[in-house]
Design a protein around this ligand. Structure first.
Ligand code: PMP
Length: 355
């Protein structure tokens, strides 16, 4: 046998790759760290999951037929354009696998959703990060300038996690016109239901006809199903078909499908809850902006505090007051909007820190 190279059992490059860091849950503390909506499951969801439990010895419907039809009907698109997955984060990974060969480039703004660089590093894609503007938003002109012959996929997070900034239709139109037809642009609209600015486009409604634009959505945030892991993609039929080839079989569980159907039936209650979150977001943002300059306007269910080197210290100070927030060391802190009482606790902790 020829001499084998020295190596471990797993990819050596993973040693240097940071793990995805979830928002921490600390027993007894108020958790404002994972962009969840604080009001519990929507009406009908618990019963739907309990009913689904009777059949969990069977595989789920792999085609997700009933739910896909329901998404399609709500969105006014053919069902062949909808793909569901184990959270929208899984679909983002599937999209990269469906578009990028080794060395192809995945372009995104940074800082943005922390899963993007992890997805690039664990697939064949090469990350190309374009720094956010000084106002913490996407620099679309710089992103357009960063497109190369190797660019295959561009992620536009709108609103952006963790900064809450949003891209408006006029600037997005201009950017999209500069993107070659063979580059897929994915609008990650995980926080779409919290958008109140009429200038922020609904990707499906506005760009649905463009073959190289796809939209990612999730039921984890506004729809309250983070624990069941379900997201969906709306894309051109050819893109949707390619993604279906790389999806892990049966990745949308029976419980998730049943819960999603029930949640979609509770849309009015979802809207009412989002309106509460939006009102609180605006209150919290105004209060925090009085304490710290440069807090960007948020269109999501969280607010970004550009605290730089003080980020971890601020998060620790909040934790000492029983509130868990999400620090990004050296950069900023993301504060999820909770109930009015939870937000009051956060504001008390912030007042104390900045006093
Ligand atoms: N996209 C963005 C921008 C997010 O912030 C998140 C969740 N943090 C996701 C996608 C993934 O959500 P999920 O996998 O729960 O659908």
């Amino acid at each position: 046998m020829s001499e084998r190279p020295q190596r471990g059992l797993t990819r050596a490059d993973l040693d240097a790759l940071p793990n995805y860091v979830p928002g921490r849950s600390v027993p007894g503390a108020i958790k404002l760290a994972s962009n969840e909506v604080p009001y519990g499951p929507l009406p009908g969801v618990v019963e739907a999951v309990a009913d689904a439990a009777a059949n969990v010895h069977r595989y789920p419907d792999m085609g997700v037929g009933v739910l896909r039809d329901k998404f399609a009907e709500r969105l006014g698109v053919p069902a062949e354009r909808v793909v569901t997955g184990c959270g929208s984060v899984a679909l983002a990974e599937h999209l990269v696998r469906a578009t990028c060969l080794p060395g192809d480039e995945l372009l995104y703004s940074w800082r943005s959703f922390e899963a993007y660089p992890i997805i690039a590093a664990t697939t064949a894609a090469t990350s190309v990060r374009v720094p956010n503007t000084a106002e913490h938003g996407h620099d679309l002109a710089a992103m357009a300038a960063a497109i190369t012959d190797r660019t295959r996929l561009i992620l536009v997070c709108n609103p952006n996690n963790p900064t809450g900034t949003s891209v408006r239709k006029a600037e997005l139109d201009e950017f999209l016109d500069a993107v070659p037809d063979d580059v897929l642009v994915v609008l990650d609209e995980a926080y779409k239901e919290f958008v109140t600015d009429p200038n922020v486009p609904d990707g499906v409604e506005v760009y649905g006809d463009r073959p190289n634009i796809a939209v990612l959505r999730t039921l984890s945030k506004a729809w309250g199903l983070a624990g069941l892991r379900i997201g969906y993609l709306v894309a051109h039929p050819e893109v949707a078909a390619a993604v279906r080839k790389v999806v892990t079989p049966f990745s949308t569980s029976m419980a998730a499908q049943a819960a999603a159907l029930a949640a979609l039936d509770a849309e009015e209650e979802m809207r009412r809850r989002c309106d509460l979150v939006i009102a609180e977001r605006d209150r919290v943002e105004i209060a925090l902006a009085k304490l710290l300059p440069g807090v960007p306007a948020s269109q999501a269910n969280f607010v970004w505090l550009p605290l730089g080197e003080r980020s971890v210290a601020f998060a620790q100070a909040c934790e000492a007051e029983g509130v868990i927030v999400r620090p990004f060391a050296g950069d900023g802190v993301r504060v999820t909007i909770g109930t009015a009482e939870e937000n009051d606790a956060l504001l008390r902790a912030a007042d104390k820190y900045f006093a």
